[in-house]
Design a protein around this ligand. Sequence first.
Ligand SMILES: *Cc1c(COP(=O)(O)O)cnc(C)c1O
Length: 222
Amino acid sequence: MSSTIARRLDRIRSTLPPSVRLIAVTKQVSVPLMREAYAAGIRDFGENRIQEADSKYEQLQDLPDITWHGIGHVQSNKAKRAVELFDWIHSCDSLKLARRLNRLAGELSRSPQVCLQVKLLPDPNKYGWSVEQLWQDLPELDRCEHLQIKGLMAIAPLGLDEGETATLFARAAQLARDIGQQPWQRLQMTELSMGMSGDYALAVGQGATMVRLGRILFGERS
Ligand SMILES: *Cc1c(COP(=O)(O)O)cnc(C)c1O
């Protein structure tokens, strides 16, 4: 009999275009459940806290083809471990952090793939660039030679209705197109990390290339 996670995954995948990367968000999810997700075919795991990611990374060393995604705010003192652990950092949310990640990546001979987190509406709980600040910082971001900047990440604030949420995701997609049209040296804008359990269908409708799903795969967190 297939596991609950496998059945949930099948149902979600049947609604996603094959090109959309499904990231299983495993914050507060146990290592045995992560193994079950792996057995069901998940290879992309997202964690928002470095300490938790670190411990799980060590415990899952026998599964070498996992791609690790950092999706939470990276504190300065955790940036080194983030660069060591994560293949992708979705939550690069300031120039200061980008500079630090770039320097550490150089020192560690790593080149993480990075999304720039944008805040398109005021949201006291969310980090991220304002649109104006991002445009100002892009020239220097383009010179971060140890980072592979691939696109944008956006989170819809709580309390928006479906129309407002879709509009927010559409604005993120438009911003990525506008940025992508400029002649950068290395910065790319092909990825859009947006959509969580409650709004991923809306995000995919607006062009998300990566969705970050927790509760819909693993059940409610305690
Ligand atoms: C927790 C989290 C998710 C997943 O949220 P769910 O509602 O459980 O799908 C996605 N992205 C980020 C940044 C998160 O912190």
